[in-house]
Every structure is written in C-alpha cells, then in structure tokens.
Design a protein around this ligand. Sequence first.
Ligand SMILES: Cc1cc2nc3c(=O)[nH]c(=O)nc-3n(C[C@H](O)[C@H](O)[C@H](O)COP(=O)(O)O)c2cc1C
Length: 497
Amino acid sequence: MPYKDMREFLGVLEKKGQLRQIDVPIKAAHGDNELQALMRLLCQNDGPAAMLNNLEGYNRPDVPVIFNPFGTRERTAMMIDCTEPLEMKHKHAKVLSNPSSWHAPVVVDKDKAPCKEVIIKKENISLDKNLPHVFFGKEAASYITGGLGITKDPETGDVNMGCYRITQLWNAVHPLGEEYPEEQQKQQLSVFAFWNPPMSHIGLHLARATAMGKPLEVAFALQCDPALHMAGATSVPFGKSEIEFAGGLRGAPVEVVQCETVDLQVPATAEFIIEGAFIPNSETTIGNHSNPVGYYDAIQVFPRFEVTCITHRKDPLWYATMEMIPPFDHNYQALVPVEGEILGDLQRKIPEVQDVVVTPNMTYVVQLNVDGARKPHSEFGKYVLHAVWGSAGRWGRTAKIVIVVGPDVDPYDMDSIEWAIATRVQPAEDTIINQSGQAFLLDPSATKGHHGFPVVGSQMGIDATMKVPERFSTYQEVSMPTPEEVASLAEKLKDVL
Ligand SMILES: Cc1cc2nc3c(=O)[nH]c(=O)nc-3n(C[C@H](O)[C@H](O)[C@H](O)COP(=O)(O)O)c2cc1C
C-alpha cells in the first residue's frame, strides 16, 4: 500500500518502535552543535528515527523536526514499501527501466490539498519567520534539505523533480565576510542548481531559460510521501518525469495540486510548498556547507529565486539533515538510486551479477552468484569491473573503487569484504588501475579542471573472487559457524549475555 504522505510513513515507523519522540531540549541555534552530534549518535549505531519536539534557539518551536527517518538500509527500503534492501533495489531498478509501469499524476482541487491549509501571500513573506531554521556543525547557513524542486523545461514543457539543497540566507554567515542584503535574507533563497554535466536537471532548465531570456518558475515541495523523495534522488533520464516515476514506485498516481503563483503542480500532501521564480543571472556566494564526502565546502556560488508564495499544512512538520563523514541519515536514500541504476544495467547483460552495494563512502561492491570454477572464465571478475565503469547512467563511470566478490561474501559487511580482499587477492594480478576514469565531482583527491571541480581521475578495480582453478586446484574450507548455530547459542545464553 502506498503511503499517503510523510506522516503515514512516520506512523508506521512509530508502530514498529523505530521512531522516538524526543522532548529533551536539544540546542539548534547558529553556533550550537548538538544536532550534528545527535546525527552521529543515531547513525553510528543504526539508531531510530526521532521527532524533535523541543529544540532550543529555534525560531519555530510550533513546528516539530523529523530527524533520521531513513537512517538505516531497512528504513530506506520501507520508503517504497519493501522490507529488504535487495528487494528494494530490484523494485527500484525494475520500475525505472519500465516507464509503462509509471503513473501520470492526478490533479486534485485546492480544497482537497492539505498543503494549502495555510497560504502566505507574497506581501506577507518574511523568511525569518515563515520557515524554520535549524543549524548543524560549522555550517554557515540553515539549509533546507527536505525539498523536492519542481520546474518545467522552458523549451519542451517537460517536468523535472529532484532533491536539491536550498540555502536560507537569513542569519547566514557570508564566507567572504560580506552581509547578505535584507531583502535577500527575507524574500529570496539560493538553490544548488547549476548545469555542469553530469549535474542536475534543474540546472539544465535554468541554463535553457537564461539562454532564452526567460525567468524560470520553481516550486519546492517539502516533506512528502517518501516514494517521492526516493524518485527525486534518482537520475531519471532527462525529459522524463520523476513524479510519474514516483507513481510507478508507489503503484498509484501521485496527487498533485496547482500552485498559487506559478504554473506548476506539486504533491498535494506535502508539509510545505515554496513557490517562486529564479532571478536571471543571480549569483550568491555561500559556505560553509558540510558535504557528503565529509568535508566543509568553504565557498559555493548558486543562483537565487524570489519567493512568491508559501503554503503549508495547519500543523506542519519540518525535516532537517546534514551531510558529514558517513554515515548520516540520507546516505542510503542517495545510494539506492545509484545501486539500482548499476544493478539494473548489469543484470540485463550479465546474469552472474547478484547484487550491487555502494557503501556510504562510495566503494562499489558487486556480488556474483557464482565463484571459482563456476565463473564463466578465469578473468571474469575483471570483465565485471570493466562493465561497472561502462554501465549505463550517471554513476558507474565515476566508480573510483570497485570490488567484485563471490556469493559467500556479504557485500553489506566491510569485514566480510576486507576478508575476501585479504585472502583472495594478489594485488599485482587481481587489480586494475584505470588511469582515465571520470572523477566523482566531490572527490577532493582528484585534480580540479578549469571549471573548479574534478573531471578526470584514476580508478581501481579489485577482483576478489576465488582463483580456482586458475591458481589453485581445490577450495579451502572456511572456518566459521553457521548463522543458525550463532542464533541458537545466543538464545541459550540470552539471560547471561
Ligand atoms: C537529501 C538529498 C539532498 C541532495 N542535495 C542535492 C543538491 O543540493 N544538489 C544536487 O545537485 N544534488 C543533490 N542531491 C542528489 C540529487 O537529488 C540527485 O542527483 C538527483 O538525481 C538529481 O535529480 P535530476 O537528475 O533530475 O537532476 C541530493 C540528494 C538527497 C537525497
């Protein structure tokens, strides 16, 4: 059954004991660091989701903050109604590759759209008051991280929806020591929206609109049905709608409603909607921003949009997250589309591929369903490494470290992967160094190109399959109790341990 909205998903988490109400005061003002510490505490132990009901130094104490809802692989699978990570990846890859299983959205009347319960018109917009602000770590601004940005291609009218971070300029520190003008702090927002291949589709819409001399309208839907957030984090081919893809993931159309001030339709059960139009050729310098590879970006330059309307539910919920050295709560949300994209492509041509797991630090692990003498040939592991770099889509080509393992290695468990590398790999024979790979944009170890980010980098592939019969004639017996034996002993000793 699809979730109607984020609230329904949170209700399911609470019933399963996976969501805690936190009434203890937590500091969330600029300069405090309790939210980042809480994220670490919860994510390092696969901890529960939380509803933060008592934030200190917070401008909107009436709006509780959803925290860590997707912080484990299991809860991420639940976003599209699955229980197992592999089941989810298969569902994601299957729906993505078959647009005939997608559903066009259905339009509902405004009076049936909860996101319109409160309407704040342009003349009353004052972003210091209208939107919640919470601060993490040494970040210079309060970022909006639960938003799905919806725009239309100014040439074709095709709709795009993606997760893009928004910077709130109110009470933000300028990285060059300047002040953001008051009208920017109170009426405008800055969006991570620019087009540098293979970057975002909102950026491409904006580049096209700028070339045509037109302002680009935008609407952000905040805190929606989690299937929409999964779709928004997926690189659906340009020109195809993530809202329709979300309909496929849900197995039912998304209900959308017409915006008040822009010609766009947004998910009707969102908690907040922010409408506006990009200011042509606007540029705002922001930073620090803490990024998903675990460093602060000191300076970034992004376009701004003028807010023309905000609508929200009567008792709205906010969502806040941050990126830092992994793990953090939306790691897996961002990784499932990467895994699904490569898994779907590899399985279409290589039936021996069983699973693709991308770790939070972006090591790509391919698990095969055969090993040793059952591999089609002795160099098969290397063939799979090349196939990852040559896979369709945005991500495989940027895989910096790829490891191929057999079916007895748990691709979700770094200890297991490391054991396979330690016992099945001779570096000179079983690794490949590709000196002309495409760099992952955020890799700080790769040399930057003239646009200021890395384009080309080297890559390493490790064939950690068993080298039978090419190097050894027999399989060594492994020393390990079965999971059943461990579970049975745990049961026997449960009162003692
Ligand atoms: C919580 C979250 C925040 C994200 N923030 C950004 C962002 O600020 N900018 C960006 O380009 N991608 C961001 N991403 C990744 C994009 O959503 C993802 O690459 C998506 O495919 C972009 O959509 P598009 O392919 O339609 O452009 C984020 C993902 C998640 C899950």
